[in-house]
Design a protein around this ligand. Sequence first.
Ligand SMILES: NC(=O)C1=CN([C@@H]2O[C@H](COP(=O)(O)OP(=O)(O)OC[C@H]3O[C@@H](n4cnc5c(N)ncnc54)[C@H](OP(=O)(O)O)[C@@H]3O)[C@@H](O)[C@H]2O)C=CC1
Ligand SMILES: Nc1nc(=O)c2c([nH]1)NC[C@@H]1CN(c3ccc(C(=O)N[C@@H](CCC(=O)O)C(=O)O)cc3)C=[N+]21
Length: 289
Amino acid sequence: MANIINGKEIAQQVRNEVTNQVQQLADQGIIPGLAVIIVGDDPASQIYVRNKEKAAAKAGINGQTISFPADVVEEDVLNKIQELNQDDTIDAILLQSPVPKQIDEQKMQSAIDPSKDVDGFNPLNIGKLFANRAGYYPIANTPKGIMRLLAETQVELSGKFIVILGRSILVGRPLFALLEAQNATVALLHRYTPDELRHNLLQQADVVIAATGVPGLVQGVDLKAGAVVIDVGITRLPDGHLTGDVDFTTAQEVASAITPVPGGVGPMTIATLLQTTVELAVQHHQMEL
Ligand SMILES: NC(=O)C1=CN([C@@H]2O[C@H](COP(=O)(O)OP(=O)(O)OC[C@H]3O[C@@H](n4cnc5c(N)ncnc54)[C@H](OP(=O)(O)O)[C@@H]3O)[C@@H](O)[C@H]2O)C=CC1
Ligand SMILES: Nc1nc(=O)c2c([nH]1)NC[C@@H]1CN(c3ccc(C(=O)N[C@@H](CCC(=O)O)C(=O)O)cc3)C=[N+]21
């Protein structure tokens, strides 16, 4: 039976670290500022944004949410981003995904000042990540949180074979770069990966990270005995429950460690967002913690 990785507990540890850092900054008269922009009324996005706002307030971060109606014109969002770029009280800007069709998400991501880009979506920051550059730059929080989960669970990465399912800029792609930088051999799978190839690669994987939003994509029989399984997927079932991409019941019989949904990667994403916000504030004020 697998060790169930307690994401909630590790996330709480990260949040305690962040709260301490915020207190140190407060002693110098600095309050980190996080602005979250949300466009439209997607209920799932609304919940995430509310969670982020609550978590920021609890840590002593100045969180503000800017809501636009679903039919907002692109120029209004762009103007808001430019205003926040200029605002000295704001250290971190997040544009909640997805956005309605009339908004060019990539254009918005490029407009966010790279030094306030808390999602790490600006091409400058993505380029640094893929070049494995030294020095500080923001990295997407879900992948960054997963790296912390793996470190806290003492999962060896160097020389291991890792399969990532899903190649989004939010999860799969940055994870590929982070894991490869730790000397793992990484396969990045997607919708066009043939089923047979997916099964073959999964059989060999020491670590499996599923981030597709396809419930049940990974079953216990797919896994190598002792594999570490990280389930990023979140799908709300008709009965209101949340489920991941991994069939937890069969997978936990084969895996050596596995993250649950909820209570695994999700809480780490929120905690890491707060951590990155504080890091950006430290950078802006040229301080060290
Ligand atoms: N726990 C957390 O903190 C977070 C959870 N999530 C959840 O993770 C999941 C993924 O999110 P996100 O990356 O934003 O989603 P996207 O929809 O942007 O990307 C999904 C990815 O999965 C791939 N995919 C779809 N079907 C299959 C399949 N059958 N086999 C292999 N790959 C497949 C897609 O391939 P292709 O590129 O070819 O279309 C795509 O690359 C969602 O459930 C989301 O809710 C997301 C962010 C944070
Ligand atoms: N620009 C941008 N950056 C993001 O990081 C981003 C985004 N857009 N759009 C949507 C996804 C999704 N996401 C999650 C955040 C928290 C939980 C989370 O807290 N999950 C908890 C509880 C979930 C619940 O109960 O609803 C859990 O899994 O235990 C999940 C998913 C961030 N995302």
